[in-house]
Design a binder for this molecule. Structure first.
Ligand SMILES: [Zn+2]
Length: 420
């Protein structure tokens, strides 16, 4: 590869992300959801980029952009590379989009060279779940996990996913056929880290080795409401004070357990008046760790502590699970190959877990999947000030090309592809 060539591609990738970010449902800020008119602009724009590479773009029945670059022989298996094209409201220009743009850059960098496997670029239709409250619509369809109940979910205008697909002119009856077949070797997703870890370490890239498991629970403390002036401190059953004691215990537990993050992000006290002792307090909390047993143990201990605090204060608690999601390990062969590619291009190899969910987590249920994180300046994401450095994007392209070359000569893959 000529030196400086990938720098130019990196600069172009950033311009392209900005171009995609100009396609929005909102005036003056970026929001792009499932099969919306600005999503069509994205499809059209990406099709223009792919044209000189000789690759045509299609939109599948679940609204995913798909573009296939064939391998050295027809019928060769495929490697899928991409990320999502939808955004949150008031979004930045790189979350998701950068992963699709980099997949296109890699195809361009090949300069027409064919590999033993084909490469399919994917732009997932909806990862964030903004329009219907259903995240990962595109990737769920690819792994055959988009069910009837999800398809019936409605947006704010009462339009279901199925209806939105039909309104767009696609056939919702073909969604089951979108499911990936055996010819897919694996999935690689480039994505900004969306956190401060790589910046703190002074590193450009990381190989993601797992996506954390999550527990979300709601806990209610029940005491007695009473007069804030006439009830002495020793005769109170204050549900809000009990919750406050417990919240600091949650923070303490997470601070003292390596890799654990725990957050109480919502609290509601009733009746909610300045001069009334709270009789009921509800809190929602979120606990995440790469190891399921550590996460589950932490949740059990924290619920036990809440019970202890309530008992000591003469209160009672109720606890309900809102979400329970197991950790998803990334494919170890691909993670090793990514790390090796990082080393080869002169990047310090680093592995990390992802604290957020991604399409790769869904894809991993069907085919080998792995992710490459890029440093996120200030750790800022889901915000218009989200950014990424051109030198890190250049390293991502270097790393991606190196990875493709490694995979092209890998015995493991050749065996899987049946021409060892
Ligand atoms: Zn994302």
């Amino acid at each position: 590869m000529k030196s400086g060539e990938n720098r130019k591609r990196a600069e172009e990738a950033l311009v392209r992300c900005q171009r995609l970010a100009s396609f929005s449902e909102d005036q003056g800020s970026l929001r792009r959801t499932f099969l919306s008119p600005p999503m069509v602009d994205c499809y059209r724009e990406i099709a223009c980029w792919m044209d000189p590479v000789g690759v045509s773009v299609l939109v599948d029945a679940a609204g995913n952009l798909r573009a296939f670059y064939p391998g050295v022989r027809s019928g060769a298996p495929r490697l899928m590379i991409g990320s999502h094209l939808d955004t949150v409201p008031d979004a930045g220009a790189y979350d998701g989009m950068l992963g699709v743009v980099l997949a296109v850059s890699l195809l361009e960098s090949l300069g027409g060279r064919k590999l033993p496997f084909g490469i399919e670029v994917v732009g997932f239709s909806e990862e964030e779940g903004v329009r219907f409250g259903v995240p990962f619509i595109g990737s769920r369809a690819l792994v055959g996990r988009l069910d009837e109940e999800q398809l019936a979910s409605e947006d704010a205008c009462g339009i279901s996913i199925r209806k939105a697909v039909e309104n767009f002119g696609l056939n919702s009856g073909e969604i089951p056929q979108v499911c990936l077949t055996k010819e897919y070797l694996g999935f690689i997703e480039f994505h900004i880290e969306q956190g401060p870890v790589l910046e703190n370490l002074g590193l450009s890239l990381a190989a993601v080795d797992s996506i954390v498991g999550q527990s979300r629970l709601e806990l209610a403390f029940f005491g007695h409401s009473n007069h804030a002036g006439t009830t002495p401190m020793n005769l109170r059953y204050d549900a809000l004070a009990a919750a406050a004691e417990w919240i600091t215990a949650v923070e303490c537990r997470a601070r003292n357990t390596a890799g654990l993050v725990a957050t109480v992000g919502r609290i509601e006290a009733k009746p909610g008046a300045t001069n009334v002792i709270a009789g009921e307090t509800r809190v929602a909390f979120d606990v995440r760790h790469a190891a399921d047993e550590i996460r589950i143990q932490a949740v059990n201990d924290l619920v036990g502590q809440a019970k202890g605090i309530a008992d000591r204060r003469g209160l009672r608690i109720e606890c309900g699970v809102l979400l329970e999601q197991r950790a998803v390990p990334m494919n170890s062969f691909l993670v090793n190959e990514i790390e090796h590619a990082m080393k080869t291009i002169g990047c310090a190899p680093h592995r990390m877990m992802s604290g957020a969910g991604h399409d790769a987590m869904i894809m991993a249920g069907k085919i080998p999947a792995a992710m490459i994180f890029l440093r996120t300046p200030g750790g800022i994401s889901h915000d218009p000030s989200e950014s990424v450095a051109v030198e890190d994007v250049e390293k991502a392209i270097d790393c991606g090309l190196q990875l493709l070359d490694q995979l092209a000569s890998s015995n493991v893959l050749q065996e899987r592809m049946g021409f060892a």
